[in-house]
Design a protein around this ligand. Structure first.
Ligand code: GUN
Length: 285
């Protein structure tokens, strides 16, 4: 079994972006918006802002209280849409109750939608338009898949567990585009373990701690674990620890390649956000 080192891959990408930005003498601008105080979101947003700074971007973070109204949030999005120094806008999800994330994401100018979540970008990805901005987590996950299996996934079966707009759906499209035979599994799938055992590439994106067991893994498979779940662990210093959607130790006995949690897909999501922002800045020039 070989570990897919997302942390190292992401560091190489962000270093290359920093060099490119310096060589071109440009200043891509990324605005990250956090509403409320979801503890996981706070950590993710802080990492995004920090990485943007390291890439030499113009990096701004807007932290709004959980009591923010939709009108106030939409007004901030309008301001960022109109700001020529900002090329990428990311509104961290989930939003607090009462704020309609679909409406907020739709308000972002598609060309500044660094997250690739706007319907225009989702549609472009679906029809194969090369100007689509691709959501960061599936884009980063594909990068890892291709790093071990190459660009052409012909004849390989891929199973994606999860059908979210953020990860599962776009991931299945990207796998199919790379010639894999892609299947989407979800909570209503019958005999999900049997289906997973057919997967040369298994992507777990459900947010259920260690749901995928070792005997779900086809021997020799490539396993991409998108889940980041905090579970109680009295023996850990914080009283809790992070696990993925895959029972790592069991799966590692059968997989040929597997991503760890943390240090797998997570850092790649942030690296792809930087890449999307850089591409948006170049496209706007
Ligand atoms: N919450 C978890 N992952 C993401 C992401 O990639 N983008 C946004 N906006 N929110 C998230």
């Amino acid at each position: 079994m070989s570990l897919i080192d997302g942390k190292a891959a992401a560091a190489a990408i962000t270093e290359a972006i920093a060099s490119d930005v310096a060589a071109r003498g440009i200043k891509p601008g990324l605005a990250v918006v956090l509403v409320g105080d979801n503890p996981a979101s706070k950590v993710y947003v802080a990492n995004k802002t920090k990485t943007a700074n390291r890439c030499g971007f113009h990096s701004v973070q807007h932290t709004l209280p959980g009591t923010t109204t939709e009108a106030e949030l939409l007004s901030l999005v309008d301001t960022l849409n109109a700001d020529p120094a900002i090329h990428g806008i990311l509104v961290q999800l989930p939003l607090p109750d009462g704020l309609d994330s679909a409406r907020v994401i739709s308000a972002i100018k598609p060309e500044k939608d660094a997250d690739g979540l706007h319907v225009v970008n989702a549609g472009k990805l679906t029809v194969g338009d090369p100007t689509a901005i691709v959501p960061c987590t599936p884009k980063g996950s594909m990068h890892l898949v291709k790093s071990v299996l190459g660009d052409d996934l012909s004849s390989l079966n891929a199973v994606v567990i999860g059908r979210s707009r953020l990860v599962g759906l776009p991931m299945a499209l990207l796998l199919a585009k790379a010639n894999a035979t892609a299947t989407i599994a979800h909570s209503r799938t019958k005999d999900i373990a049997d289906l997973c055992r057919t997967a040369d590439i298994l992507v777990a994106a459900v947010g259920r701690p260690e749901m995928v067991r070792g005997d779900w893994i086809k021997p020799g498979a490539t396993v991409i674990d998108v889940g980041i779940n905090r579970i109680a662990d009295p023996s850990a210093p914080k009283g809790s620890r992070l696990v993925g959607d895959v029972a790592f130790a069991e799966a590692a006995e059968r997989a040929a390649h597997i991503t760890p949690v943390p240090g797998g897909v997570g850092p790649m999501t942030i690296a792809m956000l930087m890449q999307n922002t850089l591409e948006a800045a170049l496209a706007s020039a």
